[in-house]
Design a protein around this ligand. Structure first.
Ligand code: PNS
Length: 165
């Protein structure tokens, strides 16, 4: 039996923290679908096509990983794909309260189980929002995102000290 899991997120943009969880999940399941929320409620920096292209580029070496976009409820995406397991990373206790609510809602709505991987201590402070802030103010993001992502960030967010405004 082939066991597939879904690793969902906004990935705006993908960080080494996400990649750590994705790679570890991919090594534990036959197939892993990285599901990128197309219409993230907040205004994303990167549009969905770019977020997906970046994910595909940095996950290219993992043959059992597929990147897909989804809209609406995650449980509907899981049902369409016949997947019963969601994998999420937990960085800190502060993540847990919301993740627990979502996991319980997803089990109730769609009979989909959520398995949590604890973030590597190397990346437990990392978030896409913080990376964007560091990039916006001209900080070095090389330790936080793959080079291709850092390059796109620099293009979207020229360091503040180089801007006229
Ligand atoms: O990277 P994020 O922003 O923490 O990812 C959150 C995500 C995309 C996993 C979550 O917002 C989600 O599943 N959204 C789709 C709508 C949905 O199904 N919500 C959960 C019902 S509680």
């Amino acid at each position: 039996m082939t066991v597939t899991a879904v690793c969902p997120g906004s990935f705006d943009p993908v960080t080494y923290g996400h990649l750590d969880v994705i790679r570890r999940a991919a090594s534990r399941f036959d197939r892993l679908v990285v599901a990128c929320l197309r219409n993230a409620g907040k205004q994303p920096l990167f549009d969905a096509d770019e977020r997906i292209a970046l994910l595909e580029a940095v996950l290219d070496d993992l043959p059992n990983v597929e990147v897909a976009a989804f809209d609406g409820l995650l449980v509907d995406f899981c049902r369409e794909r016949g997947v019963g397991i969601i994998v999420k990373g937990l960085r800190a206790v502060s993540d847990f309260e919301y993740e627990l609510q979502m996991a319980q809602m997803n089990t109730t709505l769609g009979d989909v189980e959520t398995l949590f991987l604890t973030a590597s201590p190397l990346y437990s402070f990392l978030s896409s929002s913080l990376v964007k802030e560091v990039a916006r103010f001209g900080g070095d993001v090389a330790d936080f995102v793959p080079p291709i992502v850092a390059e796109r960030l620099a293009r979207f967010l020229p360091p503040a000290r180089n801007r006229a405004d």
